[in-house]
Design a protein around this ligand. Structure first.
Ligand code: ADP
Ligand code: TYD
Length: 205
């Protein structure tokens, strides 16, 4: 099988990272070359975002939208470890968050059409082969987050995540015709969700 570009989306704490890892392991067991990656990235553009997300650097939501786009372009075109380069080499690229997140988080806090056009009309931002949206209620995801770690990022509160989840569902309706998006119910056991996801990925051929 040739490499594919798969992204995981969902609100904070919905189980994206857990499921991305399980999918990567399973593909590797079947002989695929797989690279896991994430946004914000580890590139300088991503580090600036991490400072803002941790509350250390104050940025407006419009500035955040632009910074995420800049980070995404850098992620696509990086000569070593960039999405384009990895796909070119035949690897599967599994990315934890992508432009659906900007459309959901900054799309609800700024102007949706502006955020959408920056991401979807940019020639250096590739469309994924598949987006897996792990759906969970904010009450459930925040409970999981509170068990797992002590620091809280700027969007990790019930008010924001409730708006973001509604916006994710609206983005999925909006992009349903142009993007390949599957919703999986994240309020189940880790293995059951993983089986569902593998079945969806197997359909990519
Ligand atoms: P995200 O990447 O979306 O923030 P994580 O995969 O890091 O989510 O999961 C957040 C927390 O919830 C972690 O502590 C993880 O172990 C736990 N978790 C993940 N999936 C499940 C699940 N299906 N049921 C219960 N807890 C889960
Ligand atoms: P992440 O580390 O994936 O958070 P989590 O593991 O808790 O789900 O992402 C960091 C934060 O950045 C998260 O609150 C969502 C936010 N974000 C945006 O607001 N817009 C974006 O485009 C991206 C990629 C992330």
């Amino acid at each position: 099988m040739r490499g594919r570009f798969i992204v995981f989306e969902g609100i904070d704490g919905s189980g994206k990272t857990t499921q991305a890892r399980l999918l990567a392991n399973r593909l590797e067991e079947n002989g695929a070359s797989v690279v896991m990656t994430a946004e914000p990235t580890e590139l300088p553009t991503g580090k600036a975002l991490r400072a803002a997300l941790g509350g250390k650097a104050k940025k407006s939501e419009c500035e955040m939208a632009v910074l995420f786009v800049e980070d995404r372009i850098a992620h696509n075109i990086a000569p070593v470890g960039g999405i384009e380069e990895l796909l070119e080499s035949g690897a599967w690229v599994i990315c934890d968050r992508y432009y659906y997140s900007t459309l959901a988080y900054q799309g609800q806090s700024t102007d949706y059409e502006w955020v959408k056009s920056m991401n979807l009309r940019c020639p250096q931002i590739r469309k994924p082969d598949l987006c897996i949206y792990v759906d969970l209620l904010p009450e459930q995801s925040l409970e999981r987050i509170s068990k797992g770690r002590e620091t809280v990022e700027i969007y990790e509160n019930i008010e924001t995540l409730s708006k973001v989840r509604e916006q994710f569902l609206s983005v999925i309706r909006d992009l349903g015709e142009t993007d390949n998006i599957c919703i999986v119910d994240g309020y189940r056991g880790v293995d059951e969700i993983s089986e569902d996801i593998y079945a969806i990925v197997s359909l990519l051929g």
